[in-house]
Structure formats: structure tokens, C-alpha cells
Design a protein around this ligand. Structure first.
Ligand SMILES: NC(=O)c1ccc[n+]([C@@H]2O[C@H](COP(=O)([O-])OP(=O)(O)OC[C@H]3O[C@@H](n4cnc5c(N)ncnc54)[C@H](O)[C@@H]3O)[C@@H](O)[C@H]2O)c1
Length: 265
């Protein structure tokens, strides 16, 4: 069924959209959908070759801006992004890394790595852009940014921090912000998730495979952004756990405790 556009919906045609984490998963799906709407795209992720292949596939104006957000020169990066098309209308902060390790065995360095990519990078980019342009900030948080979950202490902390920063930004300043909190989505996130040793998990979790299809997630993200929603939850079972967390916390703690990240495999 075709969705009828609301008169105040953002029309993405011609909009300049900077997507971080564009090389795979949710970022890549958003790039594909936005290319179909003829947005002008700036694509960032670490692998230049993957970004170039994606750009060649997209039927719209695309500039690639490869960067490792763990250790980027954020001033140079945002300057290059602004110079790509002369302005930026929307930034989608989709780059992120997952975690698979219990808090008791997770060294501080793993927490630092998660915070650098999931929290400090979007904050650094936003801080550079705020004085220069009034871009709509779209932040890909997580249901783990709304409640705790076993094996995700650092990931949940980084996503809670992200929500805290951007929610505060939108009440402090006239900056449009959409915070997106997805539950599990069918992407490679579990493969690259960091373990206690600092190595990648390298396993595709069954629960991840049963998540929301990535195109459905991206479509719902764009719908939320078009409507200028402040918070969009895109989740299945996790949504019920979240409501329990609010309305029946004792039951939330009981159920959440039973989820071992080991069982996710
Ligand atoms: N897949 C899920 O179940 C799920 C659920 C909730 C939230 N999210 C969030 O969605 C976002 C996208 O994840 P995804 O599921 O598409 O996974 P993904 O692994 O397919 O995509 C992650 C993207 O981030 C990029 N990235 C990772 N580290 C980077 C670095 N150091 N520098 C630059 N880019 C880097 C990757 O190259 C990739 O493009 C993440 O922020 C993730 O936390 C995912």
C-alpha cells in the first residue's frame, strides 16, 4: 500500500545527507533508499573500496569520505563533508560496533573502544557541525540504549550516553534530532561485535538473523525522519521488554537476567 505523504513531511529529493557506517547494514540500506529518492549522499565508513562499489551502484550524486571514526580528525572530516556538496541537510549517525562480553571480564580498553565509535564520534561530528550548519541529526541508538541487556554493558552504556546527549541537544537548541532505537535487525553487527579480548565475535547470532529485515528497518527510519519524529522505536520482542522495564520492573529484571549472551549464538 502506498503511504500518503503528510504535507509537513520532509521531501528527501535533492537533500544532502551524510551517512556514517554506510558500508553495510542499516547505513547501506538507508543509502539505497535515499538514492532512490534522489538525495545527494556523502558516505563514510572505513573501507574505501566497499564505499566506491556502493557509490557506483547508486543512481544519484554520491561522494565517498572514508574514515576510521575510532581515530578520525573530526575537524578535517566534517570540513570535507561540508565541502562535498556545499552544505549538509541531514546527518545519519549509523556507524557503530556491538559487544559480546560479560561486564565481569571486560577490560577498560573494550569500553573505551565502544565509547569512541558509538558515542564520541557522533558527538565530535555534531560538535564540529553545530556552528556551521543546522543539519537534522539522525542517531541510530538501540533498545539497549533504553535498558540493560546481558553481554552488552559497554554497548548499552554507549547507546544510553548517545540518547542522553542528543535528547539534551534537542531541548537546548533548535536542532532537529531523531533518535532511533531499533531492536535486533538482520545485519552483520554480531560478527564485528567486540569481545573481552578485543577481537571480533565472528559469529552470526541466531537472534540477529531472526531480527527485523534491514530494508524494513531503514524504511521505518526514513518515515520517522520525514515526519521529524523525536524518537522512533523499531522493535519486536524487545519492545515488550522495554514496556515491562517501565511498568513491571521486577518482571523485566527476571526476564532480562535469563538472556545469556552465550544463548544468543
Ligand atoms: N543490527 C542490529 O540489531 C542493531 C540494533 C540496534 C542498533 N543498531 C545500530 O545500528 C547501527 C548500524 O549497525 P548495523 O546493524 O547496520 O551493523 P553493521 O556492522 O552492518 O554496520 C556498522 C557500520 O559501522 C561502520 N563502522 C564500524 N566501526 C567503524 C569505525 N571505527 N569507523 C567507521 N565506521 C565504522 C561499519 O563499517 C559499518 O558500515 C549501529 O550503530 C548499531 O549499533 C543495530
Amino acid at each position: 500500500m502506498t503511504r500518503v505523504m503528510h504535507k509537513n513531511d520532509i521531501n528527501f529529493t535533492g537533500k544532502i545527507v551524510w551517512i556514517t557506517g554506510a558500508s553495510s547494514g542499516i547505513g547501506e540500506a538507508l543509502a539505497e533508499l535515499l538514492a532512490g529518492k534522489k538525495a545527494k549522499l556523502i558516505l563514510t565508513a572505513r573501507r574505501a573500496d566497499v564505499l566506491a562499489t556502493l557509490a557506483a551502484r547508486l543512481d544519484t550524486a554520491v561522494k565517498t569520505l572514508p574514515a576510521d571514526l575510532y581515530e578520525a580528525d573530526f575537524k578535517a572530516l566534517t570540513t570535507a563533508a561540508l565541502n562535498a556538496f556545499g552544505n549538509i541537510d541531514i546527518v545519519i549517525h549509523a556507524a557503530g560496533v556491538g559487544q559480546r562480553s560479560l561486564a565481569a571480564v571486560t577490560p577498560l580498553q573494550v569500553y573505551r573502544q565502544l565509547m569512541e565509535i558509538n558515542f564520541f564520534a557522533p558527538v565530535a561530528i555534531t560538535g564540529q557541525l553545530l556552528p556551521l550548519c543546522r543539519a537534522h541529526m539522525v542517531v541510530i541508538g538501540s533498545m539497549s540504549g533504553l535498558m540493560g541487556f546481558p553481554g552488552r554493558s559497554g554497548y548499552a552504556a554507549s547507546k544510553h550516553a548517545l540518547k542522553g546527549y542528543f535528547e539534551t541537544l534537542q531541548v537546548e537548541q533548535d536542532v532537529p534530532v531523531t533518535i532511533v532505537s531499533p531492536g535486533r535487525v538482520q545485519t552483520n553487527l554480531s560478527l564485528s561485535a567486540i569481545t573481552a579480548s578485543g577481537e571480533a565475535h565472528g559469529v552470526m547470532d541466531e537472534a540477529q538473523l531472526k531480527g527485523i529485515p534491514v530494508m524494513e528497518c531503514a524504511t521505518r527510519i526514513l518515515k520517522g525522519v520525514a515526519r521529524q519524529k523525536k524518537h522512533v522505536i523499531i522493535a519486536r520482542k524487545e519492545q515488550y521488554l522495554y514496556w515491562l522495564h517501565w511498568w513491571w520492573p521486577r518482571l523485566y529484571y527476571k526476564i532480562a537476567k535469563k538472556y545469556s549472551f552465550v544463548r544468543d549464538k
